[in-house]
Design a protein around this ligand. Structure first.
Ligand SMILES: Nc1ncnc2c1ncn2[C@@H]1O[C@H](COP(=O)(O)OP(=O)(O)OP(=O)(O)O)[C@@H](O)[C@H]1O
Ligand SMILES: [Mg+2]
Length: 640
């Protein structure tokens, strides 16, 4: 199956400058995903709305049946009321009744039409909405690794553009199919009744048209797949570039023009695909139109031959009636073909949606998972036993990120990890709450393997202050209440006091109602961290994981944050990661990690005495501290 190489032109160029892998990934995505039983699954989406669909069907059929009546009434109006065939003056009372019936029917079918539209649009939009929520829920259940390897924009695009793209099909298909089928069948029946031979002539080309239509549908489905893929790329560019981090990056490297160019190229691709999608099948419909419109002419011709040939049963009335009914067939038939085409086109979109719904989260609770409260060990005990871990997308031949890591954090203890950048410290923090799964060995929480516990109950007992603080674009109070939605104002204040951030918040013009901006950009690094600490305090978990909460700060802020952390750590198991050894000197045990292994363990004094990697790090930092210590008193002297 060759997927339109035309689509690779501009996007291929863009991929080349962003990395080959992405280009390959994209080529893979452009293939319509194979999803089994697509049709059955789409039909399945409507199952909860069976009642409404049945009602819609009845309304459509009743509406179609009513549509037949007015012409009959017209006949009666003429032949019985206006110009009675029995002769005599017009029968005014009959006329009045017939006219009122006719108006009544029109009123009734208008009401039917509105009800039917209401039904189909509620069903269609609810099915779309259900699909969106299902996808959202499912994506949330995906493991952390899925989000580190998938672009946010690509995920967003499936939710918005793909689900949005099938919305029309989900809304309009049912009525369109029902309504048009009823009309087509009634017209066909009428045609057969009038003259079956002419009917055969009128529909003889239909099978061929249906075959061509299927082929057109396949082409269009392919274009639709490419269109959605390009749309997802556009969303990614927007999402990456027009965010605070993205715009800061592009502005600080003067890349706005390059980003505009990237957007422009992808946009041109999108426009081209949209035009192709709109145009595909138009030629086909042109041909269908010509054929259908020519049928009456052919009928006249055939009638002529039949009459001359002596069969002679064809009257002028038959020909006129037949061609009139046949003309009524054109619109609904075209309508049905268009629906069939739309359905085929939407296959590509449905396939993309179901592909995501079929992703199985790599980390799920075991069916017999227990709550942490039912675990055998003491609450707050964390243990690693010979843990080996490799990131899912790392090369299998590379050395593991964590290699035989074992340690115990007893309840209430402070365990610290130090070591060079990239050693695997953050990875330890990810494994404890089972955000990633150990490849070998065991991670235990409260004495039970985390794989036997429900993840929700583990996370309930763990507070994480991560290396990169994330705040929502909302007020400080809202961000804090994320940890505990029902927290009182007094609780917020207490948490912020303990986290040493209350004073700073009160200095903001709007205090706790200050909007922190996208990702918390409105705040300084240290303020963000202390809000994150206050947030964890509100959660009040027995285990605390602190990932380098102080590395980005100067000594004064560090002391403020450190004080906050000491407040938080009291009475909890704390696993902290730090580059600055000053923050871990009081730890019960310090593990020195290098290249995924724990190379030294002990207290600050023990490790210094060992004269290993820790002592080396300490000497470097003492040297740095000395320089800073000399600078500090020097300043006032210079200044005075
Ligand atoms: N999602 C990922 N996929 C693949 N490899 C990863 C991923 N995250 C981290 N790594 C790799 O795993 C190794 C350990 O990373 P980790 O973040 O644990 O280091 P760290 O000790 O916290 O470093 P730092 O002190 O700089 O924060 C690094 O070599 C890193 O490149
Ligand atoms: Mg780290």
């Amino acid at each position: 199956m060759s997927m339109g190489m035309g689509g690779m032109g501009p996007s291929g160029r863009a991929a080349a400058f962003r990395g080959v892998d992405e280009g390959r990934q994209r080529q893979l995505n452009a293939q319509a995903p194979e999803v089994v039983d697509l049709r059955a699954r789409v039909v399945g989406l409507f199952r909860p709305y069976r009642g409404r669909i049945l009602l819609t069907t009845i309304l459509v059929v009743v509406g179609a049946a009513i549509g037949v009546v007015p012409p009959l009434l017209v006949q009666s109006i003429f032949d019985q009321a206006l110009f009675p065939t029995t002769g005599g003056a017009p029968d005014l009372s009959l006329l009045l009744r017939l006219v009122l019936t006719m108006i009544g029917l029109f009123l009734f079918s208008a009401v039917l039409g509105v009800t039917q539209t209401w039904l189909t649009s509620t069903v269609g939009n609810r099915v779309t909405g259900d699909l969106r929520v299902r996808l959202f829920d499912h994506l949330q259940a995906m493991e952390l690794g899925f989000f580190t390897r998938t672009k946010t924009g690509v995920i967003q695009s499936r939710l918005q553009n793909d689900v949005g793209g099938v919305s029309d099909v989900l809304t309009n298909t049912i009525t369109s199919i029902l309504g048009n089928t009823v009309t087509v069948i009634s017209a066909l029946v009428a045609m057969v009744l009038i003259d079956w031979r002419l009917t055969i002539i009128a529909v003889i080309l239909m099978p061929a048209l249906v075959l061509v239509q299927r082929r057109v549908g396949q082409v269009r489905a392919r274009i639709a797949g490419q269109t959605q893929e390009s749309l997802s790329e556009l969303t990614s560019i927007t999402q990456e570039t027009l965010s605070v981090s993205g715009i800061l990056l592009s502005k600080s490297f003067n890349r706005q023009r390059a980003e505009s160019e990237r957007y422009r190229v992808e946009n041109t691709n999108q426009v081209r695909l949209q035009v192709r999608r709109a145009m595909s099948g138009q030629g086909f419909f042109g041909v269908v139109q010509v054929i259908m419109a020519s049928v009456p002419a052919v009928i006249y011709l055939v009638a002529g031959y039949l009459i001359v040939g002596g069969t002679g049963v064809i009257t002028a009335g038959t020909v006129v009636a037949f061609t009139t009914v046949q003309a009524r067939l054109l619109q609904p038939l075209m309508g049905l073909m268009r629906v069939a085409l739309d359905l085929q086109t939407s296959r590509a979109l449905f396939a993309r949606i179901f592909e995501y719904l079929d992703l199985t989260p790599a980390i799920v609770d075991a069916p017999d998972a227990i709550e942490v409260s039912a675990a055998p060990g003491p609450l707050g005990r964390v243990e690693f036993r010979e843990v080996v871990f490799r990131y899912p997308d790392a090369a299998p031949t590379s050395r593991p990120t964590l290699d035989g890591v074992s340690f115990v954090a007893e309840p209430g203890q402070h365990i610290a990890f130090v070591g060079p950048s990239g050693a695997g410290k953050t990875t330890v923090v990810y494994l404890a709450p089972r955000l990633y799964e150990a490849s070998e060995g065991e991670v235990l929480f409260s004495g039970a393997d985390v794989r036997t516990l429900t993840q929700e109950s583990i996370v309930q007992n763990i507070g994480i202050v991560s290396q990169e603080t994330y705040l929502f674009h909302a007020s400080i109070a809202d961000n804090l209440r994320y940890a505990k939605p029902d927290a009182t104002d007094a609780e917020l204040l207490a948490a912020c006091r303990a986290a040493n951030i209350h004073g700073a918040i009160m200095r903001f013009e709007r205090g706790y109602d200050t909007i922190v901006g996208e990702r918390g950009y409105r705040l300084s690094g240290g303020e963000k961290q202390r809000i994150a600490i206050a947030r964890v305090l509100l959660k009040d978990p027995p285990v605390l994981l602190l990932d380098e909460a102080t590395s980005a700060l100067d000594t004064v802020s560090e002391r403020v944050v450190q004080e906050a952390l000491d407040n938080v750590a009291r009475g909890r198991t704390t696993i902290s990661i730090a580059h600055r050894l000053s923050t871990v000197v009081t730890a019960d045990t310090i593990h020195v990690v290098d290249a995924g292994r724990i190379v030294e363990s002990g207290t600050h004094t023990e490790l210094l005495a060992q004269g290993g990697l820790y002592a080396e790090l300490a000497v470097e930092q003492i040297a740095a501290a000395t320089i800073m210590g000399m600078e500090t008193p020097a300043r006032p002297i210079e200044g005075s």
